[in-house]
Write a protein that binds this ligand. Structure first.
Ligand SMILES: [Fe+2]
Length: 266
């Protein structure tokens, strides 16, 4: 591997957070996982451009050189494509509400990496939206943060694809690298709107009392000041800090579609 400082790369910081590194002619494997990790923790979302995508086997080998790779019943690499007759909203044309990856897994990935095999056509939607929960916490008052710190949420979903079950999770967590407080939250998926709904209950609150509490939380998470919407281009490699951020997807528009590959690092 080459030291990061030997690689010619242009760094641009989109608003309100993230980092786009353009490094034509660089092989992903020339970038040490420690460098990728450092840039991603610092910027929360790292977009690499001009770097050829790896094939499936090489992507797995590279991710394994970084850390333990989370595997599922489909293996290590998930192909995220729009399906004609999906059983789960991830594979539909709808939006995807905010969540963190691995809520229903045996362990939570620290990072995940996407390779964009085929981007939607321009204006075709499907942007991945990231919410910086550390910024949400900074903007919330002390009383609210104290209330969140005492909140546990139960999530329940049927296993129709690779994940499912019931979990209870504290609303706040601590980032393993930075020590910052983060928000762990999966927005509920209304069965009237989404395939494979997720039911969310706040421990100790009736559904009637939970509704305004969760609506306020969602409004804060969707504040444009804390969100970065990534418009995909063919060949993008995107690395995500799954502890600091929540993420979701805008709906696709028209007939546009997309093919991403995702791998998760514990
Ligand atoms: Fe996800």
């Amino acid at each position: 591997m080459t030291a990061a400082n030997e690689i010619v790369a242009e760094h641009v910081e989109p608003r309100p957070f993230g980092r786009v590194v353009t490094a034509p002619g660089t092989d992903l494997r020339d970038l040490a996982p420690a460098t990728i990790e450092e840039w991603t923790v610092a910027s929360k979302v790292l977009v690499l451009r001009g770097i050829p995508l790896l094939d499936r086997a090489d992507l797995i080998t590279y991710a394994q050189s970084w850390g333990e790779v989370l595997t599922w019943d489909f293996g290590a690499v998930l192909d995220l494509v729009v399906e004609e007759d999906p059983t789960n909203y991830l594979f539909s044309r709808s939006d995807v509400p905010f969540h963190w990856d691995g809520a229903f897994a045996r362990a939570t990935p620290r990072f995940f990496l996407f390779q964009c095999v085929r981007a939607p056509e321009p204006g075709g939607g499907g942007e991945t939206v990231f919410s910086d929960t550390t910024a949400v916490l900074h903007a919330a008052g002390e009383d609210l943060v104290r209330r969140w710190a005492n909140t546990e949420v139960t999530y329940r979903t049927e296993k129709l694809r690779h994940y499912g079950g019931e979990i209870v999770a504290p609303l706040l967590a601590r980032h393993s690298a930075t020590g910052e407080t983060t928000i762990r939250y999966n927005e509920p998926l209304d069965p009237a709107r989404y395939l494979n709904p997720v039911w969310t209950t706040v421990d100790g609150l009736s559904d009637e009392d939970a509704a305004p509490f969760l609506a306020d939380l969602s409004a804060r998470l969707h504040d444009p000041d804390v969100c970065y919407a990534h418009e995909w281009r063919d060949g993008d490699i995107v690395v995500v800090d799954n502890q600091a951020l929540l993420h979701g997807r805008n709906a696709f528009r028209g007939n546009s579609s997309r093919h991403l590959q995702r791998i998760q690092i514990l």
